[in-house]
Design a protein around this ligand. Structure first.
Ligand SMILES: [Cu+2]
Length: 166
C-alpha cells in the first residue's frame, strides 16, 4: 500500500508540473510582472514581425515601458494598431503606460512589439529573447514563444486570421 501511495504522490507531482507548464509564464521585476510573452511566426520572406505580452503593476506608482530590444531584427520598437477610416493602421507608440495597481496588454489590434528588418523568419515552436526597458523598474529579459502565423493569442486558440497591417 505504501508503494502505491508513493506512486500516486509521484503521479500527482508529475501532473502538477505538467499543469504548471500550461499556465502563464511570468517574469517579475520590482512591482511589475510580465505575463506570457509570445510572438507570431512569420512567412519566409517577411521582414516584419510582432510580439505581444501583458504587464501587471502591483505597485502604487505607474511605470512606463519605454523600449524593447531584441536580436532578431535590425530594429525593434513599440507600435500601436488602430482603426482609421475603417482601415487597420499602426504607428510608433512611444512609451506605454503601466498604471499603478493595473495592467496593460500588448495584443493583436492594439499595442505590440514590432520587429523591423527580421534577420531570419520567426519559426513556430521556437522562442526568442526580448529585453523590456521600463522607465522606473529598469530592464528585464523575457522569453517569447513563437506561435503559428496569424495566431491571436499565446494559447493559439484563435481560428480567425488577421493580417498584421504593415
Ligand atoms: Cu507594428
Amino acid at each position: 500500500m505504501k508503494r502505491v501511495n508513493t506512486l500516486l504522490a509521484i503521479l500527482a507531482a508529475a501532473i502538477a508540473l505538467w499543469n504548471a507548464e500550461a499556465v502563464a509564464t511570468e517574469s517579475k521585476i520590482g512591482d511589475l510582472t510580465v505575463v506570457q510573452p509570445w510572438a507570431r511566426a512569420t512567412a519566409s520572406l517577411a521582414k516584419t514581425g510582432a510580439a505581444f505580452l501583458t504587464i501587471k503593476n502591483n505597485g502604487a506608482q505607474a511605470d512606463r515601458l519605454i523600449a524593447v530590444k531584441s536580436a532578431v531584427a535590425k530594429k525593434t520598437g513599440l507600435h500601436q494598431s488602430l482603426m482609421e477610416g475603417g482601415l487597420m493602421k499602426m504607428r510608433p507608440a512611444g512609451a506605454i503606460e503601466v498604471p499603478a495597481g493595473g495592467m496593460v496588454m500588448l495584443k493583436p489590434g492594439s499595442y505590440h512589439v514590432m520587429f523591423m528588418g527580421l534577420k531570419a523568419p520567426l519559426k513556430k515552436g521556437t522562442s526568442i529573447a526580448l529585453t523590456l526597458v521600463f522607465e522606473k523598474a529598469g530592464e528585464i529579459e523575457v522569453t517569447a514563444q513563437v506561435m503559428k502565423i496569424g495566431a491571436m493569442g499565446a494559447m493559439d486558440m484563435g481560428s480567425k486570421k488577421m493580417k498584421h497591417a504593415d
